[in-house]
Design a protein around this ligand. Structure first.
Ligand code: SF4
Ligand code: SF4
Length: 253
């Protein structure tokens, strides 16, 4: 409506249209900051007025509340991220909110510099967190499905301590070489091809590529139970390549 009514608003914003505010993924926001964007604003339809049965604006709200705590943990000012709900007919409100946000971000200053964080250090911290997005979404799945009805509930929904724990006690997955039967189920189901394996080969997880989604843990047949969850301790090194072949006994005829 702001465009149709020829309303003027801050020229330093770039619009990215999505079908629903719920489409704005945590990863998108972290990527924007990692690419040096000073502030991210998400405009969604009013709560309880979503056009879809999914009520994606509640998802967007929860994602923003979580992301604010994450960027704060990284050292950024959480006011660099904002969500506001409005109808498509409220063009005037849109321009006011966008102008206010643009002014706020300018007051805060350039990303990282204003917070006294080295640019390379900031980028690497944000990239580290970005890799953990699938894990974060799984760990906080229940909370991220909540429908918060008022602003009083927003504050403290995610606490700094909770996010600190979440990021410092990341669960890793490891395949026990003594239990792996090379059935290849985890190999086929891993969404990022982080498992090295093959027929009659003990499987090994590439910890650098692993996004901690936990799929391998869930799909490894219970009779093998070869995938372990590891938290708070270091992951054992992978077994050497030449020790990975499983010698099967051939049945006597
Ligand atoms: S947890 Fe398992 S399935 Fe998920 S990315 Fe890591 S290795 Fe792949
Ligand atoms: S699903 Fe379990 S037994 Fe099968 S290859 Fe993976 S770790 Fe090994």
């Amino acid at each position: 409506m702001a465009g149709v009514s020829r309303l003027q608003y801050a020229t330093d914003i770039r619009l990215v249209r999505v079908m629903c505010s719920g489409r704005v993924d945590l990863e998108f926001v972290l990527r924007a900051f990692s690419n040096g964007i000073d502030g991210v604003f998400i405009g969604g339809c009013r709560l309880n007025e979503c056009n879809y049965i999914t009520h994606g604006n509640y998802d967007a709200l929860n994602m923003v509340l979580l992301c604010k705590k994450i960027i704060e943990q990284v050292g950024l000012n959480p006011e660099r991220l904002k969500i506001e709900f409005m109808t498509s007919g409220e063009g005037m409100l849109f321009t006011e909110v966008v102008d206010g946000f643009s002014k706020k971000v300018k007051e805060i200053g350039p990303l990282g510099k204003a917070e006294g964080i080295d640019q390379d250090e900031l980028k690497s911290k944000l990239e580290e967190v970005r890799k953990l997005v699938p894990y974060i979404k799984i760990e906080k799945r229940e909370k991220l499905e909540s429908h918060l009805e008022n602003k009083a509930e927003w504050d403290g929904f995610f606490t700094g301590e909770e996010i600190d724990r979440l990021l410092s006690e990341v669960t890793a997955y490891h395949i026990d070489p003594d239990k792996c039967q090379a059935c290849m189920i985890c190999f086929r189901r891993c969404p990022v091809e982080a498992i090295e394996g093959g027929k009659n080969k003990i499987h090994v997880i590439d910890q650098e590529a692993c996004i901690k989604c936990g799929t391998c843990f869930e799909v490894c047949p219970p009779r093998f139970g070869a995938v372990n969850k590891i938290s708070g301790e270091s992951v054992p090194p992978p077994i050497p390549e030449h020790e990975r072949t499983i010698a099967r006994k051939v049945k006597a005829k």
